[in-house]
Ligand binder design. Structure first.
Ligand SMILES: [Zn+2]
Length: 368
């Protein structure tokens, strides 16, 4: 009897536990099922939930557009969910006069009209200082120009950033330029020349490269605001100027543009660059800051050799990894170079591939 009681007691207990286990299992399974429905996978949830990029851009040369046809290029950008196309000029590959010729051409008109049709902002990201301070002024005013490492005034690139007279000329010329370079967003990217050469005169010598550049950017903002009250001006943090400025403060209306060209795309942004970006975001407002990346920069990945075009080595996952980081730092504006996604590129790798890389980039920015 005692044995039987024990036996039945055990049976009852076992049944109780079985029921409890089954209920628990059922509840757990239902919970997991709901979780799976809500969140396709933990990884994608963690990666995707936070992305909210307002300005989604690409930076190209005018010749990229014309070699494909402006209508088609703008259509590719629109299909990718991008809402900013910026034209680029520099001191090496495609200069400012080429940009001007493009904007005055029929293709330029088509480009602007197509962007307007799709609600895409048009901007201009330009290495432009040598155009704003004409080099022929050197003979009369060597003091306008930078002191090089040998202690000599040199008109090759950039300027003496503390020369008030030189800045006056720059301010006058920047307004003239704004008469034909008209960003629809009122964001001006009138960068210094594409070199790491700054001024070593006694006055400039106390300032770091980013501080010298900020003196110039503050001046052009003052001038542009008189012409275009909505004007804002980019502070380009790039190579040496990624180091945050300390002795010079940005005027309201200067926004950070962080372009980490020196990074390794197989790895997340390194700690040094991340720290520079973090401190820059304590100096410049995060809500107006823009990242200028190189995820789709065919020219850079092809080592700037147009006869050796390569496929983009950055994956969608790598791009997403970076965007998640930038977004977590409060950045709402992201663009990438897409230089040399052009006629030659489409000929070599096909239109489908070219559309695919743009689309995948757009999908990341649109949280897809
Ligand atoms: Zn100087």
């Amino acid at each position: 009897m005692i044995v039987q009681t024990k036996y039945f007691g055990m049976m009852i207990l076992r049944g109780y536990f079985n029921m409890k286990t089954k209920s628990l299992l059922r509840i757990s399974c239902s919970f997991l099922f709901v979780m799976v429905l809500l969140f396709p996978s933990y990884d994608s949830f963690a990666q995707k939930s936070q992305i909210e990029v307002e300005k989604r851009g690409v930076v190209v040369y005018p010749s990229d557009l014309t070699s494909v046809g402006c209508e088609k290029w703008v259509n590719m950008a629109n299909d990718a969910g991008l809402n900013v196309i910026a034209l680029h000029s520099d001191t090496r590959l495609e200069t400012l006069p080429k940009l001007k010729a493009f904007l005055e051409s029929e293709q330029g008109e088509v480009f602007l009209a197509e962007c307007k049709k799709y609600g895409i902002n048009v901007e201009y990201e330009l290495h432009i200082l040598m155009e704003l301070l004409p080099r022929q002024l050197f003979n009369q005013h060597p003091d306008f120009f930078r002191v090089d490492k040998n202690g000599k005034r040199n008109s090759d690139y950039n300027m003496c950033f503390t020369s008030k007279e030189a800045l006056k000329i720059v301010k006058k010329n920047v307004v003239e330029m704004a008469h034909w370079i008209k960003p629809t967003s009122h964001r001006y990217f009138f960068w210094t020349d594409d070199v790491q050469l700054y001024c070593n005169c006694t006055e400039c010598g106390i300032y770091s490269p980013s501080e010298q550049v900020l003196l110039y950017e503050n001046s052009i903002l003052e001038a542009l605001k008189e012409y275009d009250p909505k004007a804002t001006v980019a502070h380009l943090a790039y190579v040496e100027t990624v180091v945050p400025p300390e002795k010079v403060k940005p005027l309201p209306g200067i926004f950070l543009e962080f372009a980490p060209i020196q990074r390794d795309y197989s790895k997340p942004l390194n700690d040094k660059l991340k720290t520079h970006l973090k401190i820059n975001l304590e100096i410049f407002p995060p809500e107006t800051a823009q990242i200028l990346e190189y995820w789709l920069d065919v020219s850079m990945f092809s080592d700037w050799k147009s006869d050796k075009l390569v496929k983009i080595p950055c994956s969608k996952e790598q791009c997403r990894r970076d965007v998640v980081l930038y977004e977590s730092m409060g950045i709402k504006s992201i663009t990438t170079f897409g230089a040399w996604i052009n006629g030659n590129y489409i000929q070599k790798f096909g239109e489908d591939y070219s559309r695919k890389i743009l689309r995948e980039y757009g999908e990341v920015l649109n949280n897809e």
